[in-house]
Design a protein around this ligand. Structure first.
Ligand code: KG4
Ligand code: ZN
Length: 365
């Protein structure tokens, strides 16, 4: 490690406008000096999903406020920074452009180097920021917009083992909650209902288990749930509290079983290269689900793989992860110029075939 680096990060690829300052000292220890996140949930709540134009406008209005707050909270001026890191994709393009333009403006005005960061790399490198996890580690991103298994070999070196071919699991939880009249975000409300439900009463499919590899599919689960719900309504005229709890429990169990099996396969592929200190890191809002977490921890225990999950505030979208990923890229010599492009799609692993689909929160890879 050569020098202490202090980097400002900007994030605006979905519905959170965020800025953060992260400092990594010579010994490699990174500290979050500030992390400011302005969510937009209420702006989109009437529309059942993120409206890209509204998101982009809100980002453009909020970014400079976030930057000022992040610098203020960190107690540093622009002069104390070594670089500016910004999410350059993948995501909703209007929002990504807002962030990239803001970062270019700051870079042009101060002469500070600019580093474009892949939003997914930000998530995937977070276990190094929080726990100094060593490469290579296995990463499972599970959120409302992402779902993929990655082997992280370096800041720009990821191998994707598989991912969802349609909905992300968080999206499936949110849609399920909507179908059952439960509040958003759907994950916590479905999980709470599932606690007093019988997971065996309704038989949900276990998507893609019959197919080799680690790809996942979740969109069929909500369709199955809708059919079951409609059948109950036809038979009995409505849903009881117990019906709803049983549907939630069956749905959640299907996700748990599928993720457990696919994780077992991903770990087997990862272990085939004999990593010195095998680690599975999980990030994303869905990692908050206790049943999913427990199942993943069990798989890890069975395969002598350490389980780690960053604190929830760093699992969800934030700019500290972008600043940290910027630091790692900066140390490899990466610099971007005024031609840095905002990219709606940007797979972390350029060698694997592209994944299908784009969820309510934008492109999946
Ligand atoms: O990572 P995140 O905050 O945002 C992005 O998607 O980028 O993830 C939010 C997603 C939502 O879909 C939410 O329903 C889901 O994570 N989630 C959960 C739980 N808590 C949040 N899903 C299942 N169980 C939970 N306890
Ligand atoms: Zn994200």
């Amino acid at each position: 490690m050569v020098q202490t680096l202090t980097v400002l990060g900007l994030e605006s690829s979905c519905d959170d406008t965020a800025a953060a300052v992260v400092r990594q000292s010579e010994d490699g220890q990174a500290r979050i000096l500030s992390s400011v996140v302005h969510g937009q949930t209420e702006l989109h709540s009437d529309f059942g999903g993120v409206v890209p134009e509204i998101a982009a406008r809100a980002h453009a209005e909020k970014l400079d406020v976030c930057v000022a707050q992040a610098l203020d909270k960190a107690g540093v001026g622009l002069g104390a920074l070594d670089a500016i890191a910004v999410t350059a994709g993948p995501g909703l393009i209007g929002g990504v452009i807002s962030g990239v333009m803001c970062a270019k403006g700051l870079s042009a005005a101060t002469g500070l180097p600019l580093v474009g960061v892949n939003h997914l790399a930000g998530h995937a490198l977070t276990p190094r920021l929080t726990d100094r996890v060593a490469y290579p580690y296995l990463m499972l991103l599970v959120s409302g917009g992402h779902c993929q298994y990655l082997i992280a070999n370096g800041p720009d070196d990821f191998v994707r083992l598989g991912g969802t071919i349609d909905d992300a699991p968080g999206e499936a939880f949110d849609k399920t909650a909507r179908l059952l009249g439960l509040p958003q975000p759907g994950g916590p409300s479905v999980e709470a209902e599932a606690k007093h439900g019988d997971p065996g009463r309704f038989r949900f499919p276990r998507p893609l288990l019959d197919r080799e590899g680690c790809d996942l599919s979740f969109s069929g689960l909500k369709t199955a749930l809708m059919r079951m719900r409609d059948q109950i309504v036809r038979d009995k005229g409505g849903l009881t509290r117990q019906d709803r709890a049983d549907l939630c429990a069956g749905f959640q169990q299907a996700i748990v079983d599928t993720l457990a099996e696919k994780t077992r396969r991903a770990i087997a592929q990862y272990l085939a290269n004999d990593p010195a200190d095998p680690v599975l890191a999980v990030a994303g809002g869905v990692a908050a689900n206790q049943a999913i977490r427990q199942a993943l921890e069990t798989v890890c225990a069975q395969t002598d793989t350490r389980f780690t999950a960053p604190p929830l505030a760093l699992c969800t979208d934030n700019a500290a992860m972008i600043a940290y990923a910027g630091i790692e890229r900066f140390r490899t010599g990466a610099r971007d110029g005024m031609d840095l492009a905002a990219r709606p799609r940007w797979p972390l692993d350029q060698t694997s075939p592209a994944m299908l689909g784009g969820g309510k929160k934008g492109a999946k890879a």
